[in-house]
Ligand binder design. Structure first.
Ligand SMILES: [Zn+2]
Length: 395
C-alpha cells in the first residue's frame, strides 16, 4: 500500500478489509493455465472510503477488461437511462447551446435515449454529442461522435486533444472503474473552456448495497466504492458546486445520482485545493525525473532544503540512490556537511563529474540564482533542469 492516497480525503492510512482474486485463462499452445491476480479491499481510516488495491497497470487493465468483458447492468435497464434524462432535463434546458460529452458512454446507449426521448424539448446540435471511452464499439449512433481515449490518463496530451468543448458532461457508472477518479474530475474541471458546465455523475450506492448485490458489485473492476457523502466531498473539494443528489434503487441497481456544476465563483478556494494537489503531483514528478535521470546520467541535486527533505520522507528510493552515490547532493552553503550520512558537495567540485543538475528549491529567485551560478562554473545550459517549469507557470 505504498504511496497510496485516498481520492476523497487525500490521507494515506488504510486498513485492510479482505482480499480478492481475479483469474483468467491463459492459452499456452493447447494448454490452459489459470492466470491469477490478487487484489485487496481497503478502507481509508479517516473518511471510510473503500477501494480495491492491486495491479491496475495498463496490462492488468486489459486483463480485467478483456474483449469479452461486458457490463450491461445499466444498459439492460432502459428505465435507468430514462430516469437520468428526466433528472437532468431542467438543467439541460437551461443552456442555450448544448455541447454534450459522455465519458464512459460505451456505444452511446445513454445519449441515444436522451436524444430520442427529449428531442422535442431539446434543441440538439448533433455535432456536439461526443462519447469518450476506453474502446470504440462497433455499433455507432447517428449524430454522435466517438473518441477512444484512456480515461485513466485524460491529462495526457493525446486525450486532451481529443476532447471537444462541452458544457454538459455525463459520467454514468464509470467513475468507480477509474484508477484515480479525483484526477479525472479535476482534469475535466480544468480543461473546460466554458466558464461553467454541468456534470452528472452516477455510481453504485454503497449505502444501499444488499448482500445479494455484493457478488456482482464487489470485484476488482470496481476500484472505488463511493457513498453519497464521500462522492460529494470529493467533488466539492475539487471545486464543483453541488446542484442535486438522490439515492435510489432502480430495478435492483443501487444508485447515487449526483449533479454538480463548475462554479467560477468558487475559484479562489479551488485554486488553493488544486495548488495543494499540484504540489503533491510535482513532488512525485520530480522524484520520477530524478530516478530516470540517474539511471543513465550522473545526476546532482542542487539546493538542499525543504523540497529534498519532503521528497526523501515520501520516497525512500531517493535516499537509497543518494546513499549509493547514484545521485549527488550539491549545495553552496552546506558543502562539507552530511545529511543522514550522505555527503553534500560544493557545486564547484562536481563540475566535470555531474552530467545532469536538477534544481531542488522552488522559489523563482533561488532557481534563477542557481542557474546563473551553474553556468558561471561551467555547467552547460542543457544539463541544468528546472523541474518546475511547464507546470502551469506556477513555481
Ligand atoms: Zn479518505
Amino acid at each position: 500500500m505504498k504511496n497510496l492516497i485516498c481520492c476523497v480525503c487525500r490521507k494515506t492510512v488504510f486498513s485492510s478489509l479482505t482480499s480478492m482474486s481475479f483469474s483468467v485463462w491463459e492459452k499456452k499452445g493447447q494448454k490452459l493455465e489459470r492466470l491469477e491476480k490478487k487484489y485487496e479491499l481497503i478502507e481509508c481510516k479517516f473518511c471510510g472510503h473503500v477501494m480495491c488495491e492491486g495491479d491496475y497497470s495498463e496490462e492488468a487493465f486489459n486483463l480485467l477488461y478483456s474483449r469479452d468483458y461486458q457490463d450491461d447492468t445499466i444498459a439492460s435497464r432502459p428505465s435507468i437511462y430514462r430516469d437520468i434524462a428526466t433528472f437532468n432535463l431542467p438543467y439541460l434546458l437551461s443552456l442555450k447551446k448544448l455541447k454534450i460529452a459522455d465519458f464512459g458512454g460505451s456505444s452511446g446507449d445513454f445519449v441515444i435515449v436522451l436524444s430520442k426521448n427529449e428531442r422535442h424539448k431539446l434543441d440538439f446540435n448533433c455535432s456536439n454529442i461526443c462519447v469518450y471511452d476506453f474502446r470504440l464499439t462497433t455499433e455507432k449512433a447517428r449524430g454522435v461522435t466517438f473518441h477512444e481515449i484512456n480515461l485513466n490518463n485524460i491529462s495526457e496530451t493525446f486525450c486532451l486533444n481529443s476532447i471537444r468543448e462541452f458544457n454538459y458532461a455525463f459520467c454514468i457508472h464509470t467513475l468507480e472503474h477509474l484508477v484515480d477518479p479525483r484526477e479525472f474530475l479535476t482534469t475535466l474541471y480544468d480543461i473546460s473552456s466554458d466558464k461553467e458546465f454541468y456534470l452528472y455523475i452516477e455510481v453504485p450506492a454503497n449505502e444501499l448495497l444488499s448482500i445479494s448485490q455484493l457478488a456482482s458489485l464487489v470485484c476488482p473492476q470496481h476500484k472505488h466504492y463511493f457513498t453519497l457523502t464521500n462522492l460529494v466531498k470529493m467533488c466539492t473539494d475539487i471545486g464543483y458546486e453541488l446542484i442535486r443528489t438522490e439515492l435510489v434503487e432502480t430495478e435492483g441497481v443501487p444508485r447515487i445520482k449526483c449533479l454538480v456544476h463548475k462554479n467560477a465563483v468558487a475559484a479562489p478556494r479551488t485554486r488553493i485545493v488544486n495548488y495543494l494537489h499540484d504540489r503533491e503531483q510535482r513532488i512525485k514528478k520530480t522524484t520520477d525525473l530524478i530516478i530516470k535521470s540517474s539511471s543513465t546520467l550522473i545526476t546532482g541535486l542542487w539546493g538542499i532544503g525543504n523540497e529534498l527533505y519532503e521528497m526523501m520522507k515520501r520516497f525512500p528510493d531517493i535516499y537509497e540512490l543518494a546513499k549509493n552515490s547514484n545521485i549527488f547532493l550539491i549545495d553552496k552553503n552546506l558543502a562539507g556537511t552530511t545529511y543522514l550520512d550522505i555527503p553534500i558537495y560544493s557545486p564547484k567540485e562536481k563540475v566535470g563529474t555531474v552530467e545532469n543538475i536538477i534544481i531542488m528549491p522552488k522559489e523563482a529567485q533561488t532557481i534563477k540564482a542557481i542557474e546563473t551560478d551553474a553556468v558561471k562554473l561551467g555547467y552547460t545550459q542543457e544539463t541544468i533542469i528546472n523541474p518546475y517549469i511547464n507546470n502551469q507557470g506556477e513555481m
